[in-house]
Each structure stands twice: as structure tokens, then as C-alpha cells.
Design a binder for this molecule. Structure first.
Ligand code: TMP
Length: 208
């Protein structure tokens, strides 16, 4: 089973992924946690290039193709073998991020983004995708609170994030696999909502 997590930066995805992974392990599932971009040695190098504020002048197409290159490595070398052995794979972002950030945010042609997502995603479709929903002003507050400065993508500004959010809304309207989670609730309440949806999926899988 492939479970992906999406959302704007600082939506709390990683906290929730960790809690879900722990819960699944308690229930004796094999679990693998991955993150995009990264998760392989080539992918981690690509991640450094992508997030480095010194990577100036990167074209939108180059940015998208680098994310896709990292994804292809992860899918073929890590994800597919894990899924084939029955492991529950939790992935912090997947190709929906490319659609939202590069397709909508950077305004690359959506049909091309879709085709390359299919190629780099190796034809995989998540069983469920959680969208952790937090308002834009809260993202900006959390970025400021961290006080470390912004990475290259976070530096896109308010208008960029508005476009990204619009992209996510369009994806959620199109695909039934999305489950929207209110990211302003407490960590425990969010975890319970996620666990409810995941355990329902797992139970269904056992019955069929
Ligand atoms: P993270 O902060 O969730 O680890 O994600 C890294 C950044 O990369 C985040 O700002 C979102 C961005 N991103 C894209 O723009 N396109 C993509 O395809 C992926 C996977 C991430």
C-alpha cells in the first residue's frame, strides 16, 4: 500500500508521518518512510541542488526535471521493491507536489507535467493521499517562526503559494484518493483522523 502526504510547506506532514509509521509498526505492519526529493543517494544529491539558495537562475523546466529525476530513482530502486514485498510505504510528497508546485506554481504546461509525472512515477498511483490543509497565513507564520531563512522553494513568496494551493484544490477535485485533513487541529486529533482512514483501507484490503 502506498500512502502519500501532501500540503504546503510547514503543514506538519513529517510529524504525522512519524506518528502513523509508529502506529502501523505497533500493529505489526512492515513500514517504509520516504521523502521527496531524496531517499536514494542520487536523489539526496538532487535535493541539495534543488533546495540550495545558491542554485540561482534555475529554470522552471530544470527544476521540474530534477524533481522528476529524483522521483524516478526512488520509485524504481526503493518504492516498487518495497510495495512488491507487501510493505506499507509512506511518502512525504509525490508527483502531486510537482503538479502543484511546478505545474501550477511555476506555470509549466499541465499536460507535460502529467506525462512526465507518469514516467517518473513508474505508473504508480497512491492508494490514499492525505492533504494536510493549513491556511497560507499560517504557513508564513511558521516559516517566520523557524527564523532560519527560507530555502529556494519557500522563497517563492505569497503569490507563488497561492498558485500552489489552487493546484492542490484542482487535484483534490479531480482525484478521489485525496483525503483532506484539517491541519489546524491538534497533533493527536489529526493523527486519529489519519489513522481512521488508513485502518479502514487496510481492513478493506484484508476482506477482498
Ligand atoms: P519538504 O520541505 O516537504 O521536504 O519539500 C521540499 C520542497 O520541495 C518543498 O518546498 C516542496 C518542494 N517540492 C516541489 O516543488 N516539487 C516536488 O515535486 C516536490 C516533491 C517537492
Amino acid at each position: 500500500m502506498l500512502i502519500t502526504f501532501e500540503g504546503l510547506d510547514f503543514s506538519g506532514k513529517s510529524t504525522q508521518i512519524k506518528l502513523l509509521a509508529d502506529r502501523l509498526k505497533q500493529e505489526r505492519h512492515e513500514v517504509l518512510v520516504l521523502r521527496e526529493p531524496g531517499g536514494t543517494s542520487i536523489g539526496e544529491k538532487i535535493r541539495t541542488v534543488l533546495l540550495d539558495t545558491k542554485s540561482t537562475g534555475m529554470t522552471a523546466a530544470a527544476e521540474f526535471l530534477l524533481y522528476s529525476a529524483s522521483r524516478s530513482q526512488l520509485v524504481e530502486h526503493v518504492m516498487k521493491p518495497a510495495l512488491a514485498s507487501g510493505t506499507v510505504v509512506l511518502c512525504d510528497r509525490f508527483y502531486d507536489s510537482s503538479t502543484a508546485y511546478q505545474g501550477w506554481g511555476r506555470e509549466l504546461p499541465l499536460d507535460i507535467v502529467k506525462a512526465i509525472n507518469y514516467l517518473a512515477g513508474g505508473g504508480l498511483v497512491p492508494d490514499v493521499t492525505f492533504f494536510i490543509d493549513i491556511p497560507l497565513h499560517e504557513v508564513e507564520r511558521r516559516i517566520a517562526e523557524r527564523g532560519e531563512g527560507k530555502d529556494r522553494i519557500e522563497s517563492g513568496g505569497h503569490e507563488f503559494y497561492e498558485k500552489v494551493l489552487k493546484g492542490y484544490k484542482s487535484l483534490m477535485a479531480e482525484h478521489k484518493r485525496f483525503v483532506v485533513i484539517d491541519g489546524m487541529k491538534s497533533i493527536e486529533v489529526i493523527h486519529d483522523a489519519i489513522w481512521k482512514a488508513v485502518s479502514a483501507k487496510l481492513n478493506k484490503r484484508v476482506i477482498h
